[in-house]
Design a protein around this ligand. Structure first.
Ligand code: FES
Length: 404
């Protein structure tokens, strides 16, 4: 449409005709389905709402650790795998005793291995005999088992614009998984970094990926170095004894020029953060992956001990439904809702991703200071992450109905 401007006077009538003219154009335009637009297709491939996967291989890594290879389940509608960055995780959606729960697992394979029609992810899981989920996974996951997951997600990856080229990985147990992914990606030439891995295990037989890591070190000795540390006191040539101490880090790493990445069980974090504090590192050079709820919340800093052991009443609004639940003080609100079969949205389960973001209508919660990923506006307007929030009074929350 042409709009004339005569001198300083605009053609106001032309402006009035804009809306009907636009309506006419819309009416005569060809119908394009949203899904067919190339950009939408690309977005769908990069960030699928869900991925249908199938277990195609199971490998025993150590007496207590298995790796599960997951490929696209084309019969269920997933023809290729979403790409990821080394260090990211998948949030798996699982049905247990009639409840839908999620669990995050780091991807131990490399990004280049997920590409193409034969691409795959691998996740490596340590069995916790007294755990809620891992014994079930070990019993029920075989070749052919179908699994639903999120797109790859998480912030635990090397970002050259932010991180040093030198990385020190501090790993414990199955926390080696994201570092295995990084090491493979470095050796493939797709990731430009130098990785020193300080990997703590109880004994020699507990080391996950020993052969793989040794092979990667041999293939790229300039880029990859692995130092195994055994805590059991077992003596073995070429292995360090003890824990991931500040002394060991000073002895092996270029402390001043490295970014530190940490992944392992909670007990390891507690120890390693104390050791790193002795090195006076700026916070921006410490990156940690914390997935899963805090254990023994009553021992967390600032927890109000008078709440310990109590049961509170929680009113939950979710997806047009209101439920009244009994909530144990020691369990996160996310677990309380999952137990009740409400299937609340979640991914990281540690307060970081914001996927479970919910409104605290009334009442009080305790939030673990190491797992409080809320923004200032959340604090101001009463938003919480139920995965890292524990009831310390009766309360009411409103939870968005997510769909993974
Ligand atoms: S699940 Fe990630 S913040 Fe709650």
């Amino acid at each position: 449409m042409k709009i004339k401007v005569k001198g300083r006077i605009r053609d106001l009538l032309a402006f009035r005709r804009l809306v009907p003219a636009r309506r006419k154009r819309f009416a005569s335009a060809p119908v394009l389905s949203r899904g067919a637009a190339p950009l939408n297709q690309l977005v769908g491939q990069l960030h699928p709402a869900r991925q249908n996967l199938i277990v195609s291989q199971v490998r025993q890594e150590t007496p207590t650790t298995r790796t599960f290879r997951l490929t696209a389940d084309s019969e269920s509608g997933t023809s290729s795998l979403a790409p990821f960055r080394a260090g990211q995780y998948l949030s798996l959606k699982l049905e247990v005793n009639g409840s839908t729960i999620t669990r995050p697992y780091s991807i131990s394979s490399a990004p280049f291995e997920a590409a193409g029609t034969d691409g795959y992810y691998e996740i490596t899981i340590r069995k916790n005999e007294n755990g809620f989920l891992t014994p079930r996974i070990w019993e029920n996951w075989n070749v052919g088992t179908r699994i639903v997951s999120s797109e790859p997600t998480g912030l635990f990856y090397h970002e050259p614009l932010r991180d040093s080229r030198r990385i020190v990985g501090l790993a414990g147990g199955s926390g080696i998984a994201p570092f295995c992914s990084m090491a493979k990606e470095i050796v493939s030439g797709s990731m430009d970094a130098l990785l020193l891995l300080l990997y703590g295990s109880v004994s020699r037989e507990d080391i996950v990926f020993y052969d793989q890591l040794s092979a990667l070190e041999i293939e790229a000795p300039e880029n990859i170095r692995v130092v195994h540390v055994l805590s059991s006191g077992e003596k073995a040539e070429g292995f360090e004894q003890g824990l991931l101490t500040a002394d060991l880090i000073r002895k092996t790493a270029d402390v001043e020029n490295s970014t530190f990445f940490i992944c392992g069980p909670q007990v390891m974090y507690d120890f390693v953060f104390n050791e790193l504090a002795q090195l006076n590192l700026p916070q921006r050079r410490i990156r940690s992956e914390v997935y899963g709820s805090a254990v023994h919340i009553e021992q967390a800093p600032g927890y109000p001990l008078e709440a310990a052991g109590q049961t509170f009443h929680v009113k939950v609004h979710i997806g047009g439904v209101t439920a009244n639940l009994a909530a144990l003080a020691g369990e996160s609100l996310l677990v309380t809702m999952e137990r009740a079969g409400l299937a609340p949205p979640s991914r990281c389960r540690s307060g970081e991703c914001g996927w479970c973001h919910s409104h605290l209508v009334s009442g009080e919660v305790y939030i673990h200071p190491g797992r409080d990923g809320r923004r200032a506006a959340d604090l101001k307007y009463g938003w919480i992450h139920p995965c890292s929030s524990y009831p310390i009074s009766d309360l009411e929350i409103s939870v968005p109905r997510g769909d993974q």
